[in-house]
Design a protein. Sequence first.
Length: 263
Amino acid sequence: MHPLSVTLIQSNLVWENKAANLAQFSEKIQTQTAPGQLVILPEMFSTGFSMNPAQLAETMDGPTVQWMKTMAAEKKIILTGSAIIEEEGHFYNRLLWVLPNGTVAHYNKRHLFAFAGENQFYAAGNKRLIAAVNGWKINLQICYDLRFPVWARQQIQEAPEFDLLVYVANWPERRNHAWKTLLIARAIENQCYVIGVNRVGEDANGINHSGDTMLIDPLGQVVYHCAHEEAISTHILDPQHLQDIRQRFPFWKDADQFNIYHI
């Protein structure tokens, strides 16, 4: 493992306006990122958390994915965030993992937020995505997934399954205590770094978002926290710190063995 540079972009989103959102993120990425970074955008970064996929969904050849490919190639970064994607007659809240060489991997949100009707418009995923970069294994998840610890839990074999857990989100301010508490819990129980990147501002439904973007170390210590304003921050994750913690406190070795069955 080598040190990993991560850039977290906490931004307001223009409701259901892809051109405006892609333009603002283009400027931020062009001016405030550097080659070799992993750049993380919020959930549904091009539209906001919309229940209007029939009008907003794109295919994997659509403008949002093409934009991500262009940004990743031009800046030589890995770019990730979720967008509304249509595939084989279904709509997905899909996290996209885009490499500088144009390779795209994806994760479809498993836990759909029924409280807001997400399950009425989108299909649920049934497979986790654990990506690899610089020797790091990165478990990529979306917003409401945070409330379901089994879906994020390390499945221990000879070693921990992943080293960094990432959540991209549109998590409301009114429940930000749960957001902050659960991000810390996921770091402690999985003995890994955790990143949560959330949006700020009010959406078209009058729901305010405080951001509370966070970076947490494997002991549950908050390394970075920003609320109530747009912000871009870059951090270097230290693999030696992670390995030292796992060696000094090898709690991961005592974890229960389990399997996840998809229904």
